[in-house]
Design a protein around this ligand. Structure first.
Ligand code: HEC
Ligand code: HEC
Ligand code: HEC
Ligand code: HEC
Ligand code: HEC
Length: 212
């Protein structure tokens, strides 16, 4: 096998493997998950967070839109987490003495980020882009489930290559009007979504879409 004609990302994957497997080339790739925290690829993973922030309360009961806190989700690859200042818009007045918010007040005063624990984490050799999905009518709920009902954010879909590809091959059932992407309770109208929407969407399935 000619090892030098693989694309660059394959070599990056291979660097993660113990050298004894390398001879086997692609034979060994089944073992690769070393690049990411393996827990984050497991359905049900719900790490404890440093502040007991609840999506069920804030996004559910209070009805705050996802983009109030995840401001870059429709603009860039990363969804981004809120700065302490965003929380303090309310918590300088609401529950301003709560012991549950002690770390929030400390990080805000010190101008430090809150040490949130990552929940979803793809291996480094995978390229993912939020805005590419959200601006084409794929809702948060398709990939993250009913976050508005979660006390603690939990992985609900196995973020495997097969899962990505299943939708890239047939995105139709997942599409919704772009102005509904953060509406967790949206259901398709009778007769399905506007066919004009379907014609604008052509996800790619070639390897370099997600491995570059
Ligand atoms: C008031 C701010 C706020 C709002 C509104 C909000 N979030 Fe979050 N979100 C956070 C914070 C803070 C975290 C990090 C702590 C955690 O995981 O709970 C987070 C984490 C997440 C994560 C996990 C990130 C990771 O590490 O993988 C997802 C997914 C998520 N939010 C989706 C949503 C969705 C979908 C909505 C709208 C229904 C939403 N959020 C609304 C503040 C918010
Ligand atoms: C739009 C206003 C608003 C924003 C923004 C907001 N919260 Fe809240 N938060 C509330 C309200 C309202 C309550 C419920 C207070 C009550 O139960 O009386 C609450 C309750 C909480 C509690 C429970 C406090 C307790 O003593 O039980 C925590 C923890 C919390 N918020 C964390 C956060 C964090 C972290 C952020 C930023 C990621 C945030 N909140 C952003 C309005 C907000
Ligand atoms: C097509 C599937 C998909 C959709 C749609 C989607 N996400 Fe994600 N989200 C992911 C994946 C995959 C990751 C892990 C990315 C990584 O590790 O590089 C992630 C990670 C996150 C994170 C952690 C920070 C980051 O960017 O890694 C937040 C917050 C988040 N998503 C919020 C949202 C919100 C809010 C929406 C809707 C507006 C949304 N996501 C829509 C798949 C999706
Ligand atoms: C529920 C459906 C769905 C899932 C799941 C999904 N995608 Fe997509 N993806 C799409 C759609 C729709 C587009 C937009 C296609 C277009 O622009 O016409 C897209 C676009 C992309 C793009 C942008 C491609 C470009 O043209 O630059 C990347 C990168 C991508 N997806 C990676 C991923 C990865 C990695 C995963 C799995 C972790 C994933 N997607 C899961 C539906 C999905
Ligand atoms: C739509 C996105 C997407 C496309 C297109 C894609 N992959 Fe992947 N690939 C992923 C994701 C996500 C992972 C990591 C999760 C996993 O291990 O299943 C991955 C993992 C891998 C791995 C690591 C081994 C493993 O399964 O753990 C190899 C090798 C790989 N892909 C090869 C390919 C090849 C070859 C192609 C083209 C035929 C391709 N991929 C196209 C998303 C994609």
């Amino acid at each position: 096998m000619d090892l030098f004609h693989f694309p660059r990302w394959v070599n990056r994957i291979r660097l993660l493997l113990p050298p004894m497997f390398v001879m086997g080339g692609l034979y060994a790739v089944g073992l690769v998950n070393f690049g990411a925290s393996p827990d984050s690829l497991v359905v049900g993973y719900a790490p404890k967070q440093p502040i007991p922030y609840s999506h069920r309360l804030h996004a559910g009961e209070l009805g705050i839109d996802c983009r109030y806190c995840h401001q870059n989700v429709d603009k860039s690859a990363h969804a981004s987490l809120p700065a302490s200042a965003t929380c303090m818009n309310c918590h300088t007045k609401i529950r301003s003495e709560s012991p549950k918010l002690a770390l929030l007040r400390e990080t805000f005063a010190a101008d430090q980020p809150i040490p949130w624990v990552k929940v979803h984490d793809l291996p480094d050799y995978v390229y993912f882009d939020h805005s590419a999905h959200v601006t084409k009518g794929i809702g948060c709920v398709e990939c993250h489930g009913r976050v508005d009902q979660m006390e603690v954010v939990t992985v609900v879909k196995k973020l495997s290559m097969g899962w990505c590809l299943d939708c890239h091959r047939n995105p139709q059932p997942a599409l919704r009007p772009v102005d509904q992407v953060t509406n967790m309770a949206w259901t398709p109208p009778e007769g399905g979504v506007d066919p004009a929407l379907l014609r604008t969407v052509h996800p790619k399935t070639n390897c370099s879409t997600c491995h570059r």
